[in-house]
Design a protein around this ligand. Structure first.
Ligand SMILES: NC(=O)c1ccc[n+]([C@@H]2O[C@H](COP(=O)([O-])OP(=O)(O)OC[C@H]3O[C@@H](n4cnc5c(N)ncnc54)[C@H](O)[C@@H]3O)[C@@H](O)[C@H]2O)c1
Length: 373
């Protein structure tokens, strides 16, 4: 990453297997959506299915659908499912397959994922598997999906209570980010998405971390240029990581900073807190472990705590410590029964550790709980 946070860039090419694969474009509206899609998949004579969910549909489906209806496609359909993680399952994928079959979608036809990470993951998975793979476009509308889930080609659904258990790597043909969609996102969802943004700063981009702190007010006020620059820089971080490690065999695991304890807490608080909120707590705890192991100092932990509180991250303490530690054992991020824990050497420099013990986790969880009464 260079030292300049760019305010005027609107396109980021992503490579896969060392070859150009797809672009991420950053726009203020949907005005260029059809021409951008057309330039990568040539819409002439092809069918398009816009896949979305109820909340996002209310805001954007009509507009997006009419744009495609005015283009040269053969047919424009839409498939809308109930908003929320509970829909990210094989039953909804089955309904989508059925819709595509009934409307005679062939391998040359295209799915458009219009929504947050739930829509992106599910649509990507359907696109990866329908007729052994059709093209799809990511149109992410939540902050989390714009800065994280729409990039890198990880698609999938949950299976019973197992998150993201069934999936495939399938690259989109384009990621079209309309920054203005963030204006209809609830403040809580927006701030929760900041968890992933701050994470990039903590694990690999100190310049960005400092910039985020410096621009807290503009970010919270959704200042268009600042938010666009922030989303761009986040995507650039994710791009570098997925280009280096497309199938998550190495450095991509660093993106799980804050997730080991964060996921466990998310599960144990019955999903009453948002994912990003739990990752925020998990990040503070991971920093605490690094301090207890003598890798970073107290100041660094406080700087990280302060970053999350600036963005109104809640304190979460309503869990039993031993159960949290037990729950981390069912985390997918294990290596031969041992947890792969992401720690930091400093802000901007993360590494994978196999040395974190149950006692280390118990200590930091207890300290966090005690400090918050
Ligand atoms: N594939 C990956 O690499 C990857 C990475 C991280 C997370 N994920 C997945 O992403 C999902 C979480 O994504 P998410 O936080 O976007 O969840 P989400 O799709 O459920 O969206 C969050 C909420 O915001 C609403 N919403 C979205 N855009 C909106 C808009 N513009 N205006 C108003 N409301 C809007 C949705 O209806 C929903 O209520 C999880 O399923 C997670 O597993 C995937």
């Amino acid at each position: 990453m260079n030292n300049e946070i760019l305010l005027d860039k609107d396109r980021l090419p992503v490579r896969y297997d060392d070859k150009p694969c797809y672009d991420i474009v950053f726009k203020d509206s949907f005005a260029d959506l059809v021409s951008e899609v057309d330039s990568v998949v040539n819409l002439e004579g092809r069918k398009v299915c816009i896949v979305t969910e109820t909340t996002v549909a209310k805001h954007y489906l009509e507009e997006v659908k009419s744009l495609f209806c005015n283009a040269s496609c053969d047919f424009v359909g839409d498939f809308t499912f109930a908003a929320g993680e509970a829909s990210k399952n094989l039953d909804v994928v089955r309904d989508l397959y059925e819709y595509l079959i009934l409307n005679k979608f062939e391998r040359r036809d295209i799915l458009i994922a219009l929504g947050g990470g739930v829509v992106g993951d599910l649509t990507g998975y359907a696109a990866a598997t329908y007729l052994r793979g059709v093209d799809f476009i990511q149109v992410p509308t939540s902050l989390l999906s714009q800065v994280d889930s729409s990039i890198g080609g990880k698609t999938g659904v949950d299976f019973d209570s197992y998150k993201n258990m069934v999936g495939a790597f399938h690259m989109p043909k384009l990621v079209y980010i309309n920054i203005s969609t963030l204006n209809t996102l609830s403040a809580r969802e927006y701030l929760s998405g900041m968890g992933e943004v701050i994470k990039y700063g903590i694990i690999r981009d100190r310049v960005f971390f400092d910039w985020i702190i410096e621009h807290t007010d503009e970010i919270k006020a959704l200042d268009n240029n600042i938010v666009k620059a922030m989303v761009y820089r986040s995507c650039d971080n994710k791009r570098e990581v997925v280009e280096e490690d497309p199938k998550e065999q190495g450095v991509r695991a660093l993106l799980n900073f804050g997730h080991t304890l964060g996921h466990a807490i998310e599960k144990l608080t019955n999903f009453q807190f948002l994912h990003g909120e739990c990752v925020g707590v998990g990040s503070i705890l991971a920093a605490g472990i690094a301090r207890d192991l003598g890798i970073i100092d107290d100041n660094t932990v406080n700087t990280i705590k302060d970053a999350f509180s600036r963005f109104d991250f809640p304190d979460i303490t309503d869990y039993d410590i031993d159960t949290v530690v037990e729950t981390t054992k069912s985390d997918k991020k294990m290596s031969k029964g041992q947890i792969k824990f992401v720690l930091i050497k400093s802000i901007g420099d993360a590494f994978l550790s196999l040395d974190v013990t149950d006692d280390d986790m118990i200590k930091v969880l207890k300290e966090y709980k005690d400090a918050r009464g």
